[in-house]
Write a protein that binds this ligand. Sequence first.
Ligand SMILES: *[C@@H]1O[C@H](CO)[C@@H](O)[C@H](O)[C@H]1NC(C)=O
Ligand SMILES: *[C@@H]1O[C@H](CO)[C@@H](O)[C@H](O)[C@H]1NC(C)=O
Length: 358
Amino acid sequence: MPSLPALLALLFICWAPLQAAASSWWSLAMSPVQRPEMFIIGAQPVCSQLPGLSAGQRKLCQLYQEHMAYIGEGARTGIRECQHQFRQRRWNCSTVDDASVFGRVLQIGSRETAFTYAVSAAGVVNAISRACREGELSTCGCSRAARPKDLPRDWLWGGCGDNVDYGYRFAKEFVDAREREKNFAKGSEEQGRVLMNLQNNEAGRRAVYKTADVACKCHGVSGSCSLKTCWLQLAEFRKVGDQLKEKYDSAAAMRITRRGKLELVNSRFKPPTPEDLVYVDPSPDYCLRDESTGSLGTRGRLCNKTSEGLDGCALMCCGRGYDQFKSVRTERCHCRFHWCCFVRCKKCTQVVDQFVCK
Ligand SMILES: *[C@@H]1O[C@H](CO)[C@@H](O)[C@H](O)[C@H]1NC(C)=O
Ligand SMILES: *[C@@H]1O[C@H](CO)[C@@H](O)[C@H](O)[C@H]1NC(C)=O
């Protein structure tokens, strides 16, 4: 019979890979505590009940309770955008049912992790900036951005704009708090991850900042547009997602130096700017389910038989092959415009072939 210590050691070895992934503020996206009225002034316990906050984030929560619902909304926006951008890839940004939100897969410092940090930081800037404009927060209001120099002289500057400056600053404080609290040895792998996360958070925030633009409204006699009022307005979040996806494609591979700085693995490449994404680990192939890396694998995923891209069965199924089945699709068709004013359609059903990875 094996000795007790040996049994315990065995137990430990078996359990270790399954220990929970670190929880994160992203869980605010899933948390039911989303209504501002839940944050009764001075109701401090709320902050200690929110899952996933680091010590510093908990303090910020106590100081800025009314912001928390918008941080949750920002995280949700970020996650939704991530799932849209990656819908046709092996790793599709799916969430798991615990406070880590994405599971263990983000413990690898991969490109995908870089994108996830950036897009969720961007989501927070987006949500807070807008909440300021809408007058939902007591510590900020409309944007006070300076009038752009190239705005035509006779246009008015001063509509109530999205407060991107405040959103940027608050998101930096809150999202980066968890990284800044960590105190790893200089030059260690863990410190490399902290630097990676901080860089990607910043790239995400800047993507919102850079895509914000001037919007204007016409006034004047019967729509003559002789007078215009203009303000600063956030771009659609899709545009932020598209931009970060481009940054994902061109992300820079880095490593930590002994002196505790990130440097390019390949020094012939251009060093990343603060708007670029960086990563420190190669990506797993995400082909098979693997508890230790958090990869869900692609078994059962729909794929496109004729595509040669990442959504094609060859790449999606990693060469394992696919099963075919028929499914019935119902669509609106033969639509007719009736005077006036409605559209009447018929329902058409169509049998289509679908393919799923083995
Ligand atoms: C994402 O991938 C997971 C795991 O392979 C799968 O269960 C889920 O249905 C996928 N989601 C979408 C939208 O394809
Ligand atoms: C499959 O891929 C082909 C080629 O890229 C594309 O034309 C087609 O629309 C795709 N089909 C589906 C169902 O997405």
